[in-house]
Design a protein around this ligand. Structure first.
Ligand SMILES: [Zn+2]
Length: 236
């Protein structure tokens, strides 16, 4: 345990040092940021391509989802995928919180859901989260909750680890993601007090198999409406 803590602080100290010594770079185009630019630069903020379609349409039964929304899709320069890459593998989890806020600021005026929905971040396996230092969906959820006033409920866990799904086709993904998530057995049952709906939050939706698997796990403890939000719709 002590070693694990040491490791954690070494990594945190490394990140702090890196932030001081290296120029801050745009999470999207990797250009050097000016002092007034936060995680991504002005030109990138201007160029990011919004997702115009309903991401629920990729599911066999889109009507299972009471809400579905993706903020971005890839434009010609794939700045949006690079943003997600920085979110996952960058040195600052603050990128995720800021992206969560930015998404929510554009979603909120649509006025679709009341604030008493709760956000459920897609969990990482414990080992993966320890390696990465944070869960990108949780970081997004923090920013999202700040802007929308929604609560965050860590309802799900990912009991087993698994290899990346990036190179798999739809059927392989569906097979691989079945039973990937489970409700947290230690969850305080009061999490659903006053909650009218659950909004799963993930960084990317590709085939939808991850979200479908998370939804299956959620329905074993939650019988109300379920929706999802993602930063990027990466359908090809
Ligand atoms: Zn940029």
């Amino acid at each position: 345990m002590a070693r694990r803590l040491d490791l954690h602080w070494t990594r945190e100290a490394g990140r702090a040092l890196e932030a001081v010594l290296l120029p801050r770079r745009c999470a999207s185009c990797h250009g050097v940021l000016t002092w007034e630019e936060r995680e991504w630069c002005g030109p990138c903020a201007f160029c990011l391509t919004r997702c115009p379609t309903d991401p629920r349409l990729r599911f066999d039964e889109p009507e299972n989802w009471d809400h579905g929304w993706a903020w971005l899709r890839n434009g010609p320069d794939r700045l949006e995928s690079r943003l997600v890459h920085s979110l996952k593998y960058g040195v600052r989890s603050e990128v995720g919180v800021r992206l969560g806020r930015a998404m929510a600021r554009e979603w909120l005026p649509l006025g679709i859901l009341p604030a008493h929905w709760t956000v459920v971040p897609i969990p990482l396996h414990r080992r993966k989260q320890r390696q990465r230092g944070f869960n990108q969906s949780e970081a997004l959820a923090r920013g999202w909750a700040e802007v929308t006033g929604m609560t965050i409920a860590d309802v799900l866990i990912r009991p087993r680890s698994g290899r990346s799904l990036t190179r798999l086709n739809r059927h392989q993904r569906i097979r691989r993601t079945q039973g990937l998530y489970a409700p947290d057995p230690n969850l305080d049952p009061t999490w659903m007090d006053g909650v009218e709906g659950c909004l799963l939050l993930d960084d990317v939706v590709t085939t939808g198999s991850t979200l479908a698997s998370a939804r299956d796990a959620l329905t074993s403890v939650w019988k109300g409406p379920i929706g999802f939000i993602t930063l990027l719709d990466a359908i090809r």
